[in-house]
Ligand binder design. Structure first.
Ligand SMILES: NC(=O)c1ccc[n+]([C@@H]2O[C@H](COP(=O)([O-])OP(=O)(O)OC[C@H]3O[C@@H](n4cnc5c(N)ncnc54)[C@H](O)[C@@H]3O)[C@@H](O)[C@H]2O)c1
Ligand SMILES: O=c1ccn([C@@H]2O[C@H](COP(=O)(O)OP(=O)(O)O[C@H]3OC[C@](O)(CO)[C@H]3O)[C@@H](O)[C@H]2O)c(=O)[nH]1
Length: 387
């Protein structure tokens, strides 16, 4: 492993120490796995939880033992943060509240998590001349320009009205009462702050805008490894419905469109950013798969077909039900209509392209969901409710 590795310009890659904040989450766990199995880099993994990276931390006979250290800390209030950033060559900040069910119901926590709590990270990187890769979101684009055109306008079919470009597209959010946008707005402001630190103080930064990365270990299954009343992102919501044999809930008719990219493809892009600073610094990158676009209704249908195949179980009698966004998410919810990433910049700088089709990524992900949760769900369903 690892010796003789070169970057995109043919230069040898030196082993580095990476301070990864939010390493215990969905993306962090896959990034840690990749760094441990394919590179010589060392990871200081910071998070309040480590369940999703336990398999990388124990036993201490693992081939990478000594190259990953877990630090249980909350960046809101922990004086160890600056010291850990100082001893690393690069900081990657993944920490955030990033589930839409929280944006309108816990807007203060959402804004603090995505803006205020990220401030010291940016400050310590800037003051100590440390490189920063910060995770933002495709949600900073908000709604497409095309969504404001009349429903029958032929311009709605023109990519100029919906393809999202890092250096051209505006950020279009709803009104302040639509608290859904608290997250996107906080992410936009931290992006602007990082950009300004780069321009005025020379901070070396890269901003990542993930477009619906999905795969194993995403979020939780309510009542199994997360709260019964919790609402995770759509992959886990639909997985939960399929595991329980209940209809998949389509919010406001399931008409919104998304492009989904396989986590393992996306992690390849992040590794290119980590190991090619000269090509990645100063850039904002869309990371998504424009070829994997579906409406949420189509996603529900495809997940049902795939789950039937991988589990051998019959599909739910009633495959989907419609539910209003107010009922599902509460007051203040709003939605992005369509998300197609423009790939010009990431292609030009890093030569990265996603590979995995939506069907294939759902097949491997739902196989994982079935193996991991089917038995546990049966037990939960069989358990009599306490009176
Ligand atoms: N998954 C996606 O498709 C996607 C899309 C857009 C943006 N993002 C962004 O990527 C990042 C990672 O997303 P994810 O999907 O892995 O989410 P995740 O919730 O699985 O991971 C976030 C991790 O950060 C940790 N964390 C949060 N606050 C913390 C704090 N104060 N101190 C220490 N740790 C803290 C959490 O415990 C969690 O393990 C987030 O910034 C998110 O906004 C992800
Ligand atoms: O049971 C459900 C759950 C959700 N929906 C609808 O699916 C769409 C996608 O929902 P989700 O993946 O949960 O979230 P978003 O794509 O809206 O937002 C995420 O994008 C990136 C990120 O920043 C981090 O992951 C986050 O904000 C949506 O239209 C829901 O209404 C459903 O119909 N049924």
């Amino acid at each position: 492993m690892a010796s003789g590795r070169v970057d995109l310009d043919g230069k040898p890659i030196k082993p580095m120490t990476i301070c990864m904040i939010g390493a215990g989450g969905f993306i962090g766990s896959h990034l840690c796995e990749k760094l441990m199995s394919e590179t010589p880099h060392t990871v200081l993994a910071l998070d309040v939880y480590n369940d999703k990276i336990k398999h990388l931390l124990e036993p201490n006979t693992l081939p990478w033992a000594g190259r990953i250290q877990f630090h249980r800390l909350n960046i809101k209030h922990d004086s160890r943060l600056e010291g850990l950033i100082k001893i690393a060559d690069l900081t990657i900040n993944l920490a955030a509240i990033c589930t839409p069910a929280d944006y309108n119901t816990r807007p203060l926590d959402t804004i603090y998590s995505n803006f205020i709590d990220a401030l010291p990270v940016v400050k310590y990187c800037s003051e100590n001349n440390k490189r920063l890769i910060h995770f933002s979101t495709c949600e900073v684009y908000g709604k497409t320009v095309g969504s404001f055109l009349p429903k029958d306008s032929p311009l709605r079919k023109d990519p100029a009205y919906y393809v999202l470009k890092e250096d051209e597209s505006p950020c279009i959010f709803g009104s302040i009462e639509k608290q859904r946008w608290s997250y996107a707005c906080a992410k936009q402001l931290i992006e602007r702050l990082i950009y300004a630190e780069g321009a005025e103080n020379g901070l070396e930064f890269t901003i990542v805008r993930p477009f619906n990365w999905i795969g194993p270990r995403m979020d939780f299954i309510p009542g199994v490894d997360g709260p019964s009343e919790g609402v995770p992102r759509v992959l886990a919501c639909f997985s939960n419905n399929l595991l329980r044999g209940e209809p998949l809930k389509l919010v406001d008719g399931g008409q919104s469109q998304r492009t989904f990219v396989y986590i393992k493809d996306a992690i390849e892009a992040v590794l290119l950013m980590i190991e090619n600073p000269a090509r990645a610094n100063g850039h904002i990158f869309n990371v998504g798969n424009p070829n994997n676009e579906v409406t949420v209704r189509q996603l529900a249908e495809m997940m049902t077909q795939v789950y039937t195949k991988v589990s051998g179980e019959a599909p739910p009698e009633k495959p989907t039900i419609d539910v209003s966004s107010k009922e599902f998410y509460g007051e203040g919810y709003d939605d992005s209509d369509k998300r197609i990433p423009d790939m010009t910049i990431i292609n030009r700088q890093l030569g990265w392209n996603p590979k995995t089709s939506l069907w294939d990524l759902l097949e491997s992900t739902l196989t994982y969901q079935h193996r991991t949760y089917a038995e546990a769900i049966k037990k939960v369903i069989a358990k009599p409710v306490a009176s």
